[in-house]
Design a protein around this ligand. Sequence first.
Ligand code: ZN
Length: 173
Amino acid sequence: MLRIARCCVALFALSACFSLAACSAGAGSGGTAARPASAAHSYPYQLTESEWKTKLTPEQYRILREKGTERAGTGAYAEDHRAGVYSCAGCGQLLFKSEDKFDSGTGWPSYTRPATNRSVATEVDTSYGMRREEVMCSNCGGHLGHVFDDGPAPTGLRYCINSASLSFAAGGP
Ligand SMILES: [Zn+2]
């Protein structure tokens, strides 16, 4: 009789042990952390990659669609001081005006502000070990360049833009 009772206690202890193990295993494997959704912009002007390649020169495609950078001093507009407006080479949206252009000495066309406060979109860019503010066309998302806070008055900003991303049209302000 005593032996049976001991056996029952042992079995009870054994089953309690199993249920405890199962419980802790369940807690350990459950609950996968939710990942944040991609913060990618959605732009009104959309083309397929093959349409972009047809529309743009290889240099424009590399810069606008692949976030490339033209070599300093090689672009068409760094030293251009004519009066006129600069539009997106990808979609034609008005981006900058000559009245906001200044000689930054960097070898890239530089502006204190966009043509309107809706012309461009910006996004933090941490590529190449730097923290920069990328500037894109707000209509097609094409890469234009970067904006820095070391520009002249009146804004103190320097929009450093690739000539290849721009299309110039001469004309009075
Ligand atoms: Zn555009």
